[in-house]
Design a protein around this ligand. Structure first.
Ligand code: NAP
Ligand code: 3JN
Length: 339
């Protein structure tokens, strides 16, 4: 298990991907106390050189003994890899912070957003799960409201950027946009339909209940992180032709009446939240401004006039940072603070 040290041996699994790349940037930016850094990806990337703090590090493929001597492993190489390699890493003595959905709903695994439930880190058994990006940015805003007014029901519609799908999807949006503007035929490879100049009400696979997996992740993960299974959640997740930054229209119904002004005051004091809510100046959160930032931005806060105790909000965050890499590194920071 993790022992207190001045610096830690860190591994990033999926280091060549969209999330992995962001992890390297954030480890460096936040001066995480890294002793050695090992980078892993698929066979396609073996030997590829990545940069960290001015040093070149060659990418390796995973082997049974890859995690020997590693203290903290940050996984972002997909659920299948996490399923196989996270237990191997734990057996080698390291703590795994996993970005995939593989372990999120496992009752033995804490699902953590530090601003909301850092206390759940106390009972980890080696694996800690990082929630889905759309869930993370929503719960950072919901928790302080829940503490004051108890949320009974959440209705959320997301507007998710293509970076949520990874590097290939970002390339596809760019290529389709360039091709369409040049009157050329387009290639459709990543999504079931053209994504440029389009909106797809479909993220991840469809399930038997008519929802997508992404929608059910938001439903189930929200309850686990908030530690309240009585909250009702329904979600519609939508892919939009935006490169980076997920936006969400969120409607809540509370047990206690709370005004829009009260919500603004609560959120102004909430950790990791920035309120941008000046409609008279056309000021509200936008993905182009949230991109590259660490905070979760919230605006368009208003009372839902169709019910007695309801609030509408617009929530935006950088999905690769707070939605994935940053949250994982904040978990690592909390863990070492606890030692
Ligand atoms: P990506 O850009 O496609 O990157 C995938 C990464 O996984 C690459 O580094 C890839 O290496 C590596 N990989 C693939 N097969 C591997 C193997 N057999 N062994 C080791 N590494 C392998 O995807 P991404 O957007 O970064 O997302 C990666 C994963 O993070 C997702 O699948 C998801 O589970 C998780 N994720 C979570 C959130 C969240 O909401 N918290 C958001 C986005 C993603 P190569 O470059 O060599 O192919
Ligand atoms: O599509 C998005 O905006 C977020 C995608 C997240 C994602 C993509 C592929 C696999 C996940 C996730 O984190 O839930 C997974 C997965 O691990 O299931």
């Amino acid at each position: 298990m993790l022992k207190k040290k001045e610096k830690y041996n860190v591994a990033v699994v999926g280091a060549t991907g969209a999330v992995g790349n962001e992890m390297l940037t954030i480890l460096e930016e936040r001066e995480f106390p890294v002793d050695t850094l090992r980078l892993f990806a698929s066979e396609r990337s073996e030997g590829k050189v990545l940069h960290f703090k001015g040093k070149e590090i060659a990418v390796e493929t995973l082997k049974e003994d890859s995690f020997n001597g590693v203290d903290i492993a940050l996984f972002s190489a997909g659920a299948e890899r996490s399923k196989i390699w996270a237990p191997i890493a734990v057996r080698s003595g390291c703590v795994v912070i996993d970005n995939s959905s593989q372990w999120r709903m496992d009752p033995e695994v804490p699902l953590v957003v530090p601003e909301v439930n850092a206390y759940d880190l106390k009972w980890h058994k080696g694996i800690i799960a990082n929630p889905n990006c759309s869930t993370i940015q929503m719960v950072v805003v919901l928790k302080p409201i829940h503490d004051v007014a108890k949320i009974k029901r959440v209705v959320v519609t997301t507007f998710q950027s293509v970076s949520g799908t990874g590097k290939r999807a970002m390339d596809e949006l760019l290529q389709q946009t360039v091709d369409l503007l040049n009157f050329r035929d387009i290639k459709i490879q990543v999504y079931p339909h053209q994504i440029a100049f389009n909106v797809l009400p479909h993220i991840d696979k469809f399930l038997d209940n008519g929802y997508t997996k992404e929608e059910m992740k938001m439903v189930n993960e929200t309850k686990k992180i908030m530690g309240d299974y009585s909250i009702k959640v329904t979600a519609t997740t939508v892919r939009v032709p935006v490169f980076r930054g997920h936006s969400e229209s969120v409607n809540i119904e509370t047990e206690r009446k709370i005004t829009a002004d009260e919500v603004r005051e609560i959120l102004k004091k909430a950790p990791g939240v920035v309120v941008i809510d000046n409609p008279e100046k056309n000021e509200y959160p936008l993905p182009i401004y949230a991109s590259g930032k660490d905070e979760v931005f919230v605006g368009r806060i208003r009372e839902d006039e169709s019910i007695e105790k309801g609030i509408n909000m617009w929530i935006v965050a950088d999905n690769l940072r707070k939605g994935a890499a940053l949250n994982a590194i904040q978990i690592a920071e909390e863990l070492i603070k606890m030692l």
